[in-house]
Design a protein around this ligand. Structure first.
Ligand code: E4P
Length: 217
């Protein structure tokens, strides 16, 4: 499963790139606002750092302006993925971009029916929001499973990009549900490697090693 960083913070991306685990980056209007930077500048900088798909979101709500915005975002770099909302205009724009070979990420997906429409529109990625569904008492991981089943039955090749993930258990659940990718906030990405028994075990090994007085180098 591919792991994307869900951030527009270039310093964070630079910090985590050496892990070799960053396969792409997603942004949204809230993350761009949080960065305090110009969208074109920050997306260009991220695209130069990370080879994989970089999602940049259109903010218009009508088809014509969405297409203009998407064209402008896609022109920033070849690895830009135009992110579009799950509305009729967003789906129409998704089809327009698919027809001209521009990748898309259809966002704000909260149902399998919506995911089916995105796939029919030719979306490259569908982003189901796991955490926001759980916030309202719904089954976010169940949605990932439903979409996986639906896409497999109908042979859709749209990739499932699990989004709005709040903890490492969400990431594991997304992987087990068959998501193709997951986008992670920085804290969740960093927490993935942690286990208290790993820390405890390492401390014990190092304490015992210290008693030997040896050096490997
Ligand atoms: C990514 O594409 C989404 O914009 C993001 O995962 C939303 O996460 P949130 O629900 O924590 O804002």
């Amino acid at each position: 499963m591919k792991l994307f960083l869900d951030t527009a913070d270039v310093a964070v991306i630079k910090d985590l790139l050496p892990t070799g685990m960053v396969d792409g980056v997603t942004t949204n209007p809230s993350l761009i606002a949080k960065s305090g930077r110009n969208i074109a500048e920050v997306i260009a900088e991220i695209c130069a750092l990370v080879e994989g798909p970089i999602s940049a979101e259109a903010v218009a709500t009508d088809f014509e302006t969405m297409v203009k915005e998407g064209d402008k975002l896609a022109a920033i770099a070849p690895n830009v993925v135009v992110k579009l909302p799950l509305t009729w205009d967003g789906l129409r724009a998704t089809r327009a971009f698919a027809d001209k070979g521009i990748k898309t990420n259809v966002t704000l997906c909260f149902s399998a029916a919506q995911a089916m429409l995105a796939a029919k529109a030719g979306a490259t990625f569908i982003s189901p929001f796991v955490g926001r569904l759980e916030d309202v008492g719904a089954d976010g991981v169940g949605l990932l499973e439903e979409i996986r089943t639906l896409y497999d039955i109908h042979d859709f090749d749209t990739e499932i990009l699990a989004a709005s993930l709040r903890n490492p258990d969400h990431v594991t659940a997304a992987a087990l549900a068959g998501a193709d990718a997951a986008t992670l906030p920085t804290d969740v990405f960093k927490a993935l490697v942690k286990h208290p028994l790993t820390d405890k075990g390492l401390d014990a090994f190092l304490a015992d090693w210290g008693k030997t007085g040896q050096s490997i180098l």
